[in-house]
Design a protein around this ligand. Sequence first.
Ligand code: T46
Length: 135
Amino acid sequence: MSLIQLLELPAFGDGRGDLVSIEAGKHIPFQIKRVYCLFNLGDHPRGMHSHRKLQQLAFCVHGSCRFVLDDGARREDVVLSGPAKGLLIGNLIWREMHDFTDDCVIMVLASEHYDEADYIRDYDTFLEVVRGKAV
Ligand code: T46
């Protein structure tokens, strides 16, 4: 199975414009405890870490950017754009974000509150954890 799991949300468009709705418990495979946005992004890649427990669903609600996902054995990427297409990012997946357009706004729905202890920010440590050598 591909590392890139996209969740397509229904869009309701009419003569006035478009509307996308996300319903907790219906569209999202986890309880949402936190929402955050990334904007004013420049040339610097973001992410470059994994999470021990956190699950997330990321949308590029405006502009576009490229997500790289890596499970320690495979590395795949996807260009994300638009509020109707979310990228599921499970736990123990290394993620990187690159190639932000000037107008890029990313919204992330997260299964846990912010906890720095949940982050694995070193790639070699990430590999040791996914290969079962460390916790
Ligand atoms: C992820 C990718 C997609 C908080 O205080 N609360 C928060 O909820 C978040 C997400 C961050 N922060 C603080 C921690 C750092 O001092 O904001 C600063 C920047 O966070 P970070 O360097 O982790 O940001 P990114 O863009 O590299 O990663 C973020 C999320 O942290 C991460 O979970 O998966 O977006």
